[in-house]
Design a protein around this ligand. Structure first.
Ligand SMILES: [Zn+2]
Length: 73
């Protein structure tokens, strides 16, 4: 399902597709490029945490490593 998300920085409405009604992860505003970690519970936006690019890179690096590990190297 598609969820509408309004950027707290510039009030631009964006949307993201959710596989599950709960989500916690990065969101980037398509307009002002602001980065956030958002928490969604039951298709409702619960919280915004500012996220910097460095932090996102780190998270993606960890995830990539975990994926690699799961595939067996
Ligand atoms: Zn924005």
């Amino acid at each position: 399902m598609m969820l509408k998300i309004k950027c707290p920085e510039c009030n631009t409405e964006g949307s993201m597709s959710l596989v599950e009604p709960d989500y916690e992860g990065p969101y980037r505003c398509w307009k002002c490029r602001a980065l956030f970690t958002i928490t969604i519970k039951k298709n409702e936006l619960k919280s915004w945490e500012p996220l910097d690019q460095e932090e996102l890179d780190k998270q993606q690096e960890i995830k990539a490593m975990q994926d690699k590990f799961k595939r067996g190297g």
